[in-house]
Write a protein of this length. Structure first.
Length: 382
């Protein structure tokens, strides 16, 4: 039996604890999920590295009431004997996407001869994998990174890659990184940048411009954003950058780094059912990119598919509910298009957050529409 198989076991509903055996039972409870996944990280010094051999499996919990009957997984000490403690992130999946999560914090160590039980209750929101597969969950506004060895700063590049990451301890430094006025060799080319990207309004149009760096390394920016001839960008770039640029910072590329942290981008590929009678209309609720109760949704392109955006009751989305659905009219022939949606978090006037969502939709003919839940299937690409 492999170490992964020996160290991780799904348990039945009832477990007879054996005091001669050392282990940790992770009991996951919650509601509204179809699958549960555990990301398990071993402590090494101040860092926690994911055990990729036991963190990939998903457990089917369809039809199970996790509130009354939590899903239990036992971690055996023999499989983690070299780890002083474990940090565990539970993810709840629905429709193939992680929508709920819970973090075991503080980390748990094994106690020889004892079988411990730790409860994780799935709550709203789930961190997306970063870089090559890191997770950086947040709890009480503090980050708890779960790293992987081939990408220890979660920027998508490692020292063994070609070209290599020249600093695998700094997520702002990797090949082809955006140049910033921070005195660092951001893209590993050995050259210090003289300017960086910036964003501003040209009338009603949002454009990307350039902003000069101070001559001294690490001193930040000089002057304003030069927009002349700059490419047009989606409105959230300017909306977020404006508050990032107003945030005081002692040095470094504060606005651009801030933009990267407050502007989320995601891409989806979806298949839409179509039939000759044109009766396969469908709606899908949109998940808020940020946990907020004051927001604004905007449909910027229907992709030529006639897609519409509405609130939960069919009315336009409001700034006080953050509930929204994307609806597609019935398609009778094969067609395709890309729907784009913008999300604005309006809960803090001084710290804007926003998201860009692209949904590439392909309508494919079917013999029959089937259930509404099967008419639109989506996979997240980024």
């Amino acid at each position: 039996m492999s170490r992964a198989a020996a160290s991780l076991f799904a348990l039945p509903l009832a477990l007879a604890a054996c005091t001669a055996e050392s282990g940790i039972i992770i009991a996951v409870s919650g509601s509204g999920v179809e699958e549960v996944q555990l990301q398990i990280a071993r402590g090494e010094g101040q860092s926690y590295f994911l055990d990729e051999g036991v963190s990939a499996a998903r457990y089917d919990v369809r039809g199970r009431n996790l509130r009354e009957s939590p899903y239990e997984v036992m971690l055996h000490e023999e499989g983690f004997s070299d780890a002083p403690a474990l940090r565990v992130l539970a993810l709840g999946y629905s429709g193939g996407k992680a929508t709920l999560s819970s973090l075991l914090e503080p980390p748990q160590a094994f106690v020889r001869g004892e079988l411990l039980r730790r409860n994780l209750v799935l709550g709203y929101g789930a961190p997306s994998p970063q870089g090559k597969g890191c997770y950086v969950p947040q709890l009480n506004q503090k980050s708890y990174p779960l790293l992987i060895r081939s990408d220890q700063d979660c920027d998508g590049a490692g020292p063994e890659d070609t070209p290599p990451d020249c600093n695998d301890a700094d997520p702002a430094i990797y090949p082809k990184a955006t140049e910033r006025c921070d005195g660092k060799e951001n893209n590993c080319d050995g050259k210090r940048e003289t300017s960086e990207a910036c964003y501003g309004k040209d009338g009603e149009t949002c454009r990307e411009g350039t902003r000069s760096c101070d001559d001294a390394p690490g001193k930040g920016l000089l002057g304003g954003c030069e927009l002349a001839g700059g490419a047009e960008r989606p409105q959230p770039y300017c909306w977020v950058y404006a508050t990032c640029d107003a945030t005081p910072s002692p040095a470094g590329s504060a606005p651009l780094a801030c933009l990267g942290g407050r502007l989320a981008r995601s891409t989806w590929a979806c298949t839409l059912a179509a039939d000759a009678s044109g009766s396969c209309a469908v709606s899908r609720e949109l998940t808020r990119p940020f946990d907020t109760e004051k927001c604004r949704w905007v449909l910027t392109s229907d992709g030529g598919l006639g897609a519409t955006l509405s609130g939960a009751s069919g009315t336009p989305p409001t700034s006080t509910t953050c509930a929204a659905s994307l609806s597609f009219p019935a398609a009778s022939t094969a067609t395709s298009g890309t729907v784009t949606v913008e999300f604005y978090d309006e809960s803090n006037a001084k710290q804007h957050r926003a998201a860009l969502i692209e949904v590439a939709v392909t309508a494919k003919p079917r013999a029959s529409c089937g259930e509404a839940s099967t008419r639109l299937s989506c996979v997240q690409k980024q």
